[in-house]
Design a protein around this ligand. Structure first.
Ligand SMILES: [Zn+2]
Ligand SMILES: [Zn+2]
Length: 166
């Protein structure tokens, strides 16, 4: 089953609206401290789109930029200056893609997520009690190092609950 390809979303107040035109190229579940702080949750659900498949259709996003602790490159948080909702991330390190805050879609369940296209990042930073799904690659840090070479992944056979560090 393939979902519709054009999907819309927006901020809480409706002043900022966006649209995507294709399935995401991959789905990242990110457990890093940045995403914990930026979502208030254990992880960000982040479908990643080609830049050309994402467009803001109403309003203009405010942008907060900060340096990634991992790569030292800039990460740009796009949000609504009126209601504060974050809609997406842009990356100096990955200029061709946009990471959308999945919960900002009108239908946050519309995109396909398969083990082949999903990965969990930054397990080492995950909060105690966080749940990591089974059957998908899980990386202790980013999926690739600063040199661009892929890091090694763990795959849990059952859902994994993060324990308090000893
Ligand atoms: Zn808003
Ligand atoms: Zn993150």
């Amino acid at each position: 089953m393939t979902a519709r390809s054009t999907e819309a979303g927006g901020c809480l107040c409706g002043g900022l609206r966006f649209q995507t035109k294709a399935q995401p190229v991959r789905l990242t579940l990110c457990y890093c401290r940045f995403c914990q702080r930026a979502t208030g949750s254990t992880h960000m659900v982040e479908p990643i789109f080609q830049k050309s498949d994402f467009e803001v259709t109403d309003g203009e996003a405010a942008i907060y930029s900060l340096q990634s602790q991992g790569s030292g490159k800039q990460v740009h948080v796009h949000f609504c200056s009126r209601c504060g909702t974050k809609i997406c991330l842009r990356f100096e390190r990955f200029p061709d893609v946009v990471g959308v805050y999945a919960g900002a879609f009108d239908n946050p369940s519309w995109f396909d997520s398969t083990p082949e296209t999903t990965a969990c990042l930054f397990l080492d930073s995950a909060a105690a009690g966080a749940i990591v799904p089974a059957g998908v690659p899980v990386y202790r840090q980013h999926r690739s190092g600063p040199d661009g070479l892929p890091n090694e992944a763990i795959v849990f056979e059952a859902p994994h609950q993060v324990k308090l560090a000893e």
